[in-house]
Design a protein. Structure first.
Length: 526
């Protein structure tokens, strides 16, 4: 059996493997033909030492070359679009069109180009100069590799060697050690080959990017805590994220984990009176997009129980009775979804629709709707906020506005929170009560739209309070904010002008870079 090589220290080489695996086609449940190595720690050790040598020999990488690499990579991804989309479709069963080819791949290349633009502009580093004290500071690289763990639900946009974390780490000047998701190793290989070709073209050190496909859980914890590791970026389950965070925290390593999010939607009475059927359709579309495997899927809906909500519930239930249109990403996703239904029902959730796997080939689960009273929700809020990675939503039916506010207070941290209200303002008094409570619980607050869409733009926050992420002050989507997670604050005190980074010299290195000079934001040279 031939194993695909890993990318370590500037070359594709055989892995020091401890085992092997193959991706599974979710549409059939059968293995795909390629075999990939499960790396032993020997591979990881070689990658760490290669990254350390790079940092020693090139403590600061030229922003222009980094920008050129990111742009060349984006171009090469577009050139191999057909191959990459076909492989991703086989490994994930996500639709080739429009999802993978016309939505996710363009988002990925756009992220890379936005990161390249940030490299060229350099304003992201927040250069700050105090002339009177001769103090100067800026954000720069971390001085070691960023280890990136990718999820299975976005094979391009969150891929460990092409996605947002990758783009941010490279733009901030860090080497990357990428760990592929075992659900789409072939897709990651294609992206890595394109990245490596762009790297050769750029003239940057070839150990800037390295790739392994899989390794044992204990080796992952060891890698996160290793003295040579600079930071960890992870997207995945709460169990795995917390284990990595604990290992990194014990070693004092920065770790940015995106884990689980219920993304509550609070529907106020006036909204139901005005547009109950439209809200039901919007909710169903958001809950079932990508078979419910979006980190921003609404997993909780909170509302006041009355005649208006009863009509809304009937409309939602009718929609959820439809058969699912997509596949789950793998056997483990299916197993966890079954376990989530059991936990929610044990905690008091009443099953309205679905709740079981479907017969036939592949990994499929019925659209599932549960409901619970507000009183019961507040008795066991932790159990009733178990993440459901699939097309499953829990409706929380509150007795009155006071109970609705109390239920919102019982929410844990989420990436998003939504309030739907009457367009003419009849819900404004209740909105003013609910909004300040929900605002503290979420990274992104929405009004009157569902949260599944994540715009890749500077104003976006794809982050939130625990357990949505490990730190509420950062975003994984949106340049330049995403770069700051993977950067260190460098300060220079009375350092001679010829020894300063270009960004902190008297001359503005680009002529357009924004700097904070003596309390004033300016692009002028000193």
């Amino acid at each position: 059996m031939s194993l695909r090589p890993v990318l370590i220290d500037g070359e594709w080489r055989p892995s020091a493997a401890s085992g092997s695996f193959s991706a599974i086609d979710p549409a059939t449940g059968t293995p795909l033909p390629d075999h990939y190595p499960v790396s032993s720690f020997a591979d990881l050790d070689q990658a760490l030492h290669a990254a350390a040598r790079l940092v020693d020999q090139h403590p600061s990488l030229d922003p222009e070359r980094l920008a050129g690499f990111l742009e060349a990579f984006a171009g090469r991804l577009e050139a191999c679009r057909q191959e990459a989309v076909a492989m991703a479709q086989r490994e994930t069963a996500l639709p080739a069109e429009p999802r993978l080819g016309s939505v996710e791949l363009p988002r990925t290349t756009d992220q890379l180009r936005q990161a390249a633009a940030a490299c060229r502009d350099r304003s992201w580093c927040r250069a700050t100069i105090d002339c009177a004290r001769n103090l100067r500071s800026m954000y720069g690289s971390l001085g070691g590799p960023v280890v990136i763990f990718s999820p299975n639900n976005f094979p391009f946009a969150f891929n460990s060697i092409a996605g947002g974390d990758f783009a941010a780490a490279i733009a901030a000047g860090n080497p990357v050690i990428a760990k592929a998701n075992p659900g789409h190793p072939g897709t990651t290989r294609i992206l890595a080959e394109a990245a490596f070709a762009a790297l050769v073209e750029s003239g940057l050190p070839l150990s800037l990017i390295q790739l392994v496909y899989h390794f044992a859980d204990d080796d992952g914890l060891r890698l996160a805590a290793h003295p040579m590791t600079a930071a960890v970026a992870f997207t995945g389950s709460r169990t795995s994220g917390l284990a990595l965070k604990a290992a990194a925290d014990r070693a004092g390593k920065p770790v940015y984990v995106e884990m689980s999010s219920s993304n509550p939607v609070v529907v106020l009475p006036g909204a139901l009176e005005e547009r109950a059927e439209a809200l039901a359709r919007d909710l169903f579309a958001s809950c079932t997009a990508g078979a419910g495997q979006f980190c921003t899927k609404p997993g909780l809906v909170l509302l006041i129980r009355d005649e208006r909500s009863d009509r809304f519930l009937a409309a939602v239930r009718e929609l959820f009775l439809q058969p699912p249109t997509g596949m789950l990403l793998g056997e483990e996703t299916l197993r966890r979804l079954e376990e989530t239904v059991r936990r929610l029902r044990t905690a008091g959730g009443e099953l309205a629709t679905g709740g079981e796997r479907l017969s036939g080939p592949g990994f499929r689960f019925a659209n599932t709707l549960l409901q619970v009273t507000g009183e019961r929700f507040m008795q066991v809020p932790d159990a009733l906020q178990t993440e459901a990675f699939g097309s499953l939503t829990l409706l929380v039916l509150c007795h009155d506005p006071g109970e609705l506010e109390a239920a919102v207070r019982a929410l844990e941290g989420s990436l998003t929170g939504t309030i739907c209200s009457h367009s003419a303002g009849t819900d404004d008094a209740l909105y003013r009560t609910i909004e300040p409570v929900l605002r503290r619980k979420v990274g992104r607050l929405l009004n009157d739209k569902m949260p599944t869409g994540v715009a890749v733009c500077p104003a976006m926050n794809h982050g939130g309070p625990f357990p949505a992420t490990g730190h509420p002050g950062f975003t994984a989507v949106g340049v330049p904010g995403s770069l700051l997670r993977l950067a260190a604050l460098w300060c220079y005190d009375n350092v001679r002008p010829d020894r300063l980074p270009a960004e902190l010299g008297d001359a503005n290195p680009t002529g357009a870079m924004w700097r904070l000079v003596d309390g004033e934001y300016t692009t002028r040279s000193l």
